[in-house]
Ligand binder design. Structure first.
Ligand SMILES: [Zn+2]
Length: 339
């Protein structure tokens, strides 16, 4: 069996040759670990003649301390060397190119939102914002959506409390109400933002999506104004004139209400985007219901207005040819890096 001096000498040589903290750790394990040389010495004690036991035990402890000390000193020396090398700039090559910087890009929804905001600002609109957790009054009541309306169904709306006083807004329309209560007519506003609906998701449905609500209140506002604004909007998005048509649609907060369809910008004779019809359902709109104006403190005898709810998510999909709405908020970099 090796004497404790032999072991110490071996350990010291290895310690001095070590060039990194990891190498020191390895040496520590080799000599002081559970299977190490010192443990071996201690384990041999019971089998020794009684007269030797005391000395061997004592020497083993001295050996352990000596190795620990050598490790600590070498550790300090290594740390000092690397610090001074760093200070002198050794190992630093200023001619090397920098580590590549990850640059992001704006989300396609943000890009289209900003473009539309600019467009509407140029048409004299203001861009406004509203809360995503909304009071029942703004979400439904003030929009003429009665207690028994299907949109009130808990299947569609994420309620935040037992009493149903708060919910995640299922559309951007509550911002209309907030605008009407706060602003003096005449005014024009658009309100882009996130909406939430409790529905099962598929390629065209997502629990979180984006809308842009528009509202114009003034004197003698007619359906003609509405169509004019929508055509300007579509020209801004698709960079050319797009034919539109109105179909009657029922929404509690407008009278008359319409579904506005745009001529499919991708085909002449029908394609998969327009379902072979050459028309794309784009947005619900209409003249603001007199009752809705009244509830927000605007005299419907004097003022009238139009409103529209543009599906921003849908528009982004049309613009970039995205076939599944779930890509938009899926957070997959392979998707996002394309924009
Ligand atoms: Zn088409």
């Amino acid at each position: 069996m090796e004497s404790h001096q032999d072991i110490l000498k071996q350990a010291q040589e290895k310690v001095l040759a070590a060039l990194s903290p990891a190498a020191l750790k390895e040496i520590e394990r080799e000599f002081l670990g559970k299977q190490g040389a010192v443990a071996g010495l201690l384990a041999s004690i019971p089998s020794l003649p009684a007269v030797q036991r005391r000395d061997v035990g004592k020497n083993a402890n001295l050996l352990k301390k000596a190795i620990q000390q050598a490790l600590a000193e070498r550790g300090e020396a290594l740390a000092a060397t690397s610090l001074s090398a760093e200070r002198k700039g050794e190992g630093f090559d200023p001619s090397l190119p920098p580590a590549s910087l990850m640059t992001g890009s704006l989300h396609p929804i943000t890009q289209v939102t900003r473009e539309l905001e600019d467009l509407f600002l140029s048409m004299g609109y203001s861009v406004i914002d509203g809360p995503e957790v909304e009071l029942d009054w703004f979400n439904f009541e003030a929009l003429n959506i009665g207690r028994d309306h299907p949109a009130r169904d808990s299947q569609d709306t994420f309620y935040c409390d037992e009493a149903g006083k708060f919910s995640l807004r299922p559309h951007t329309s509550p911002v209309q109400v907030r605008a009407m209560e706060k602003l003096e007519p005449p005014f024009r506003v658009v309100a882009p933002g996130r909406c939430f609906r409790n529905e099962s998701t598929d390629a065209s449905h997502e629990h979180t999506f984006h809308q842009m609500e528009g509202l114009v209140v003034g004197k003698d506002i007619s359906v003609g104004h509405l169509i004019g604004a929508m055509k300007t909007l579509l020209r801004g998005i698709f960079h050319r004139d797009v034919e539109v048509r109105l179909r009657p649609g029922h929404f509690p907060f407008v009278e008359p209400g319409f579904e506005l369809d745009a001529r499919c910008p991708f085909c002449n004779a029908g394609c998969s985007v327009c379902g072979r019809t050459t028309w794309i359902e784009l947005l619900p709109c209409g003249l603001v219901h007199p009752k809705v104006l009244q509830m927000s403190g605007i005299d419907p005898e004097v003022w009238s207005g139009f409103a529209f709810g543009l599906g921003l998510s849908r528009l982004v999909m049309l613009r970039y040819g995205i076939d599944d709405i779930r890509h938009l908020l899926g957070g997959d970099l392979r998707f996002l890096e394309q924009f």
